[in-house]
Design a binder for this molecule. Sequence first.
Ligand code: C2G
Length: 487
Amino acid sequence: MTQTIGVLGAGTWGMALARMLAVQGHRVTVWSALPHEVDQLAAERVHPNLPDMVIPADIIFTKNIEEVCRGQAVLVFAVPSPYVRATAAAARPFIPDGQIIVDVAKGIEADTLYTMTEVIRDELQRDGGCRNVKLVALSGPTHAEEVARDLPTTIVSAATDLSVAQTVQSLFMNTCMRVYTNVDILGVELCGAVKNILALAAGISVGLGYGDNAKAAIITRGMAELTRLGLAMGCMEQTFSGLAGMGDLIVTATSRHSRNNRCGQLIGSGVRPADAIAAVGMVVEGIHAIPAALKLARRYGVEMPIVEAVDSVVSGGADPAEAVRELMSRGAKDELTTTPYDVNFENNHLCDGRRNGMKRVITYGTFDLLHYGHINLLRRARALGDYLVVALSTDEFNRDEKNKTCYFTYEQRKMLLEAMRYVDLVIPESDWDQKRRDVHEYHIDTFVMGDDWKGKFDFLKEEGVEVVYLPRTPEVSTTEIKQDLAK
Ligand code: C2G
């Protein structure tokens, strides 16, 4: 369905996205703060950094920020990170409440430590307006030059509200761009900002004449320190090994398209940082992100040696080769982030459990609107052994087989169960007949259900499994909760 899209920023990435959306049939208006840029693009229909890309004739260019903001299904902020706040301030009077805003600038604001969507929200809500603005971070391994040529690309649409992330997912999804949703918007934006610093480091390494071994080390150990920071900030680990994290780092740290990489190479080859930035000629986001990354690392007590080394070279005037020597001569480290004690304890506990016949228990359920009746069941089930597996009914199974409409999605219900001390593993329950398979696949000794199912699963005894029905907690149920809340 054709949508009207406003794009703020006519840089390389903004124009590559604007073209893609226009080619998909959407009505696109592009605004830039630079009048001459608007005139040139409107006239020539070619962006200087994308000489092979034809700008569709139906893209509207404007110098008037009100025109780009009014009446748009989605607004895309594609200005470089240092200008996001000023652009949001200029746009504020024209942005209706509830507007979906997609930020594609990658960075963290040095003084506030805000990510770009947080900067936009802060600016738009400054005078109490835009209470319901919906912010999405669109970020991933996406060179504009390749998107401009419709080369296969993947990207992440991140928003705390999954339905909003999905709206943006469907808008940007096409045969050339595959969009994944992710609710961990902070993790996605942190990756987008800090990976530019790591790309600078990779460039410096190349500029010093070092090889692929050093580049792989920077990418791997750089992602380890970024993940440490992200986990300390409450992000999801999978985000960092995902497209916005490792994916974008690979593409930025290994590609000639990357400004951060090019800037790093110049610095590594001996060019003064200021001259290297000038030589690249465009905004080098990695440089802007360093102060914020260091402040976050200190605030959360996380070691980030590679970021520190880049800062010593870029801001401290240190010799790049000397900075690498210092990195290489740091104290010996263990690659596993859990301490050896944790690892040994976990192994001993598991081995011990196996030696003494660790008893493994399984139970099944929907567990919607998790309440103390469920907890009573899970606590008693866990007490029957050493390890509890919960087979959680998927959304489709609930809808198609159990005729249940859940308040929480499978992922949300899974997150709640995994946070509980009684639950060791959550697996999906997608059909009635999987129990016979599960008890073998997960080496189950005891099957447990509430006694509202008494007798229904006795057949599992044929599989050598103990079957236990536990008394339900009579006075509470998800259905009653919903009915009481509806009154
Ligand atoms: N339960 C309980 N006391 C309550 C409510 C639930 O002991 N007040 C128990 C149920 O008996 C069940 C578990 O908690 O063992 C999960 O309850 P539901 O989410 O309602 O599970 P159900 O829909 O019964 O799904 O294949 C088996 C099904 O998936 C079971």
